[in-house]
Design a protein around this ligand. Structure first.
Ligand code: KG4
Ligand code: ZN
Length: 346
């Protein structure tokens, strides 16, 4: 049975996991750095890199010990090589290279976004290509058609903020704890989603792209006006964000050959309101819907190991060279055109 060690360190979760060819997570450990970054209300790259450097090596040893497995029993070491905060990515990638060299196990450099993109197939082994993917995380907000491993066509991206970022900024405005997404979701449960009039940026635009900067500014204005309860702002924000997701999916689907399944992945996919809205949207269109369990939506190493398993199975698989460099930017679809107005987040 194929066995792959996965390593993830591109943002603020340090994670290692062993996953087998059947998609069983044999062992995994994950350490969040929430407490270290909380005083700053966001991830501080230098603090993140140092924390990864301190934690990763003992964590990998623990995961192997948990599974009573030697590194030499692994078929490959899969490590996130980008995109992400470069210091953290380098810690994970250099660790993986050292282990690969010392144990003579092949290295597989994984695109973190591919980890998210394939995570639904780890969670649901019956999910087949092609599928439509809504990838919503702290750094990305994209709609892609996934035709196979390494075969991604991007239809939409954000021209400013990612959706997770908009959740985090809303949380900060409302004085909620870091990380913001789960805090906004909790508060929204007790709020009225109709109470605060907020914009739906890009609504009805013929281009399928996203924009969340205007929504965030409107949240700030609503908060500063002193007219609204925080819970109502949170609920109205979440509703506006969901309306944007559904509208942008509608426009993207006009540009895509029909696919049987809608899939959501990335940190924001952990949000129950987002999941149920997408499920309803897919059902209306006669599409299947799948979302990984929340723990596989936010950053983790099992999805990186799984992407390694999927890559190992490709007929033209070749291990990554040990002189491969970390990539702070690494689009899933290199052919996708740059979007007018988009910053560095594509
Ligand atoms: O995928 P992820 O763990 O890291 C990146 O690759 O960016 O996504 C993190 C993002 C953060 O912005 C976080 O606030 C958001 O996902 N998030 C959520 C929820 N859980 C995490 N957003 C909304 N609702 C949630 N329950
Ligand atoms: Zn991620």
């Amino acid at each position: 049975m194929t066995l792959v060690l996965g390593i993830e360190s591109s943002c603020d979760e340090t994670a290692a996991a062993l996953v087998d060819g059947e998609g069983r997570i044999v062992a995994q450990r994950i350490a969040s750095q929430d407490e270290a970054h909380a005083p700053y209300g966001g991830v501080v790259p230098e603090i993140a890199a140092r924390a990864h450097a301190e934690r990763l090596a003992p964590m990998i040893a623990s995961v192997l010990a948990d599974a009573d497995t030697a590194l030499t029993e692994c078929d490959a070491i899969a490590a996130t090589a980008g995109p992400g905060l470069i210091g953290g990515v380098m810690v994970g990638l250099v660790s993986a290279k050292a282990l690969a060299m010392a144990s003579d196990v092949p290295l597989i450099a994984i695109n973190h976004l591919e980890g998210h993109a394939l995570s639904p197939r780890l969670a649901d082994r019956a999910l087949e290509f092609p599928y439509a993917l809504l990838l919503v995380s702290g750094g990305h907000c994209q709609i892609l058609r996934v035709d196979g491993v390494g075969r991604y066509r991007r239809l939409a991206t954000t021209i400013d903020d990612a959706l997770g970022e908009a959740f985090d900024k809303t949380a900060k405005i409302l004085g909620l704890s870091f990380p913001g997404g789960p805090a906004v979701e909790r508060l929204a449960k007790g709020g009225d989603a109709q109470a605060v009039p907020l914009p739906r940026p890009m609504l009805k635009s013929r281009e399928p792209h996203f924009s969340f900067a205007g929504l965030k500014s409107a949240v700030l204005r609503a908060h500063n006006s002193g007219q609204y309860e925080a819970a109502d702002i949170a609920a109205s924000f979440q509703r506006a964000a969901i309306d944007c997701l559904l509208d942008r999916l509608r426009v993207s689907f006009e540009r895509m050959d029909a696919v049987p399944t809608l899939v959501v992945a990335g940190g924001v996919a952990a949000n129950a309101a987002v999941r149920s809205a997408l499920e309803g949207f897919a059902a209306e269109r006669g599409m299947g819907f799948t979302a990984p369990p929340p723990a596989l939506c936010t950053d983790n190493a099992a999805m990186i190991a799984w992407a390694g398993i999927e890559r190992l199975a490709l007929p033209d698989f070749t291990p990554s060279p040990l002189d491969l460099l970390a990539r702070p930017r690494w689009p899933l679809d290199p052919e996708a055109e740059a979007v007018r107005g988009a910053g560095v987040k594509a």
